[in-house]
Design a protein around this ligand. Structure first.
Ligand SMILES: Nc1ncnc2c1ncn2[C@@H]1O[C@H](COP(=O)(O)OP(=O)(O)OP(=O)(O)O)[C@@H](O)[C@H]1O
Ligand SMILES: [Mg+2]
Length: 113
């Protein structure tokens, strides 16, 4: 099992959720509003002639724990739906998951996803 942590644009959340749903590759998910920055360290803006930098931008963090077999599909969906083709389109981090336990039943592993 893998933990896929995807940081995406907030305005893409609904589209990404619909696409993951349609692809049937994510049974559950965690969604968190975050602020952060990548390589550009935010963006420079001009307001009434004054330059200022917004150094932390709002993003949505999507946490999915999925079967190994579903990882390629999740990646394909994210890479297809999440970008607008500009800086700040987001990033995907993938981790190994040691165990999952459904509290109600005690089921473990993929059966618990
Ligand atoms: N190395 C990193 N570690 C942790 N979080 C990161 C990292 N890079 C990006 N993020 C998170 O992802 C969000 C979006 O990053 P972003 O898409 O701007 O990455 P980037 O590497 O700058 O790519 P791009 O050049 O396309 O903008 C950031 O706001 C931050 O929350
Ligand atoms: Mg960036």
């Amino acid at each position: 099992m893998k933990h896929i942590k995807a940081v995406i644009r907030p305005e893409k959340l609904n589209e990404v959720r619909d696409a993951l749903d349609k692809a049937g590759c994510a049974k559950g998910m965690m969604i968190t509003d975050i602020v952060g920055h990548g390589g550009q360290k935010g963006i420079e803006q001009v307001w009434r002639g004054e330059k200022y930098t917004v150094d932390l931008l709002p993003k949505v963090m999507l946490d999915l724990v999925v079967r190994d077999a579903d990882v390629p599909t999740v990646k394909e969906v994210l890479l297809r739906v999440a970008p607008i083709g500009e800086f700040g389109d987001g990033k995907i981090f993938i981790y190994n998951v040691e165990e999952v336990i459904r509290i109600r039943t005690g089921e473990t592993g993929e059966a618990a996803l």
